[in-house]
Design a protein around this ligand. Structure first.
Ligand code: NAD
Ligand code: TYD
Length: 349
């Protein structure tokens, strides 16, 4: 039986991971540590609260003493570290929070694990969840990012994640901490905060609002369904070699404009009477430092751990858009801020 500390478990990927883990490893215990920033939403975990062995802790990974206490009190042996400031656009307008949480917060967790584990237990694991954005940008004909690609981050977000990746690596080489790092491509799926491209475009299109495309819309991202990411993290936790990094991706490159058109087509099928949704596409000023292309070589995950994505983009995007359609109440409560009262209602007492 494992005792997991999941950080950032109320966010998009973290909440999907908590659900995934409880379903697939019901014997384990999961402590979810989350500061509930704008991106943290306990409604993502509705129903999970009742699971035996699950506990939510409202706290900030930058509070070093609290994190150390939690390790001691809970007997944590496995860390899956999602907590981060994660939105590139927000990192451009306010980089400080990114340095604080992504760098200093990660440092606190590493220190707590180092103090608590002391090299005693060969089963302990510290899995750091990172992004392909640390590798920078690719030209049209460049080979995909491998684990050997040098870091060249271009936004305060990716720079802060790169810094945390380096710190994690250093704790393996210096202290022998049993670390693993995953660098994953763009995720999509249920519970993604509706300021990210796919939910934003879907919701705006549904409501007949403009669909903002940065620059020429020809930037390319590799997209992976969040459930496949969760399975990938599980595979790395079970069989990954300590100190190694693993690239996780969908081998599924799409230009932004084509994703947006795909979403429009799907809505046109669902709402045949409406104005064609592609007419809402609006080109806007480009993001500063906007990376042109990301592509992931996930060969190591496949060779060493037998992992490959289970969703095709067609099945994944359809499932995701259907989810947003059925769960309108969820995203309306995010948009009007009502989700923030959930904590008080459920945990206030
Ligand atoms: P998210 O923004 O949806 O969620 C982040 C969570 O962390 C929120 O619940 C938030 O409340 C919490 N948090 C933020 N600061 C905290 C702090 N100081 N202490 C405790 N909790 C804090 O992010 P996401 O999209 O779910 O991404 C999760 C992780 O995966 C991040 O580390 C991100 O870099 C990485 N990642 C994301 C993607 C993607 O496409 N979304 C791709 C690759 C890697
Ligand atoms: P995003 O979902 O913010 O993820 P990331 O920046 O981490 O890749 O954006 C995905 C792509 O979509 C990125 O190239 C920026 C672009 N984009 C738009 O064109 N319009 C938008 O309104 C948003 C939010 C993103």
């Amino acid at each position: 039986m494992k005792k997991l500390l999941v950080t950032g478990g109320a966010g998009f990927i973290g909440s999907n991971f908590v659900r995934y883990w409880i379903e697939n490893h019901p014997e384990d215990q999961v402590v979810n540590l989350d500061a509930l920033t704008y991106a943290g939403n306990l409604e993502n975990l509705e129903g999970v609260e009742e699971s035996l062995g699950y506990r939510f802790v409202h706290g900030d990974i930058c509070d070093g003493e609290m994190v150390k206490r939690l390790f001691r009190e809970e007997g944590i042996d496995t860390v899956v570290h999602f907590a981060a400031e994660s939105h590139v656009d927000r990192s451009i307008t306010g980089p400080e929070a990114f340095i604080r949480t992504n760098v200093f917060g990660t440092f606190n967790l590493l220190e707590a694990a180092r103090e608590s584990w002391n090299g005693d237990d060969p089963e302990c694991r510290f899995l750091h969840v990172s992004t392909d954005e640390v590798y920078g940008t690719l030209g049209p004909g460049d080979p995909a990012f491998t684990e050997q690609t040098p870091f060249a981050p271009n936004s305060p977000y990716s720079a802060s994640k790169a810094a945390s990746d380096h710190l994690v690596r250093s704790y393996f080489h210096t202290y022998g901490l049993p670390v693993l790092t995953t660098n994953c491509s763009n995720n999509y799926g249920p519970y993604q905060f509706p300021e990210k491209l796919i939910p934003l475009v879907f919701i705006n299109a549904l409501e007949g609002k403009p669909l903002p495309i940065y620059g020429d819309g020809m930037q390319i991202r590799d997209w992976l369904h969040v459930e496949d990411h969760c399975r990938g993290i599980d595979a790395v936790l079970q069989g990954g070699r300590l100190g190694e990094t693993y690239n996780i991706g969908g081998v599924n490159e799409w230009a932004n404009i084509d994703i947006v058109k795909t979403i429009c087509q799907r809505l046109d099928q669902l709402r045949p009477g409406d104005q064609p949704k592609a007419e809402l596409i609006t080109y806007v000023k480009d993001r500063p430092g906007h990376d042109r292309r990301y592509a992931i070589d996930a060969g190591k995950m496949n060779r060493e751990l037998g992992w490959k994505p289970s969703y095709t983009f067609e099945t994944g995007i359809e499932q995701t858009l259907d989810w947003y359609l059925v769960n309108q109440a969820w995203w309306e409560r995010v948009r009007d801020g009502a989700y923030r009262s959930y904590y008080e209602k459920h945990y206030g007492r």
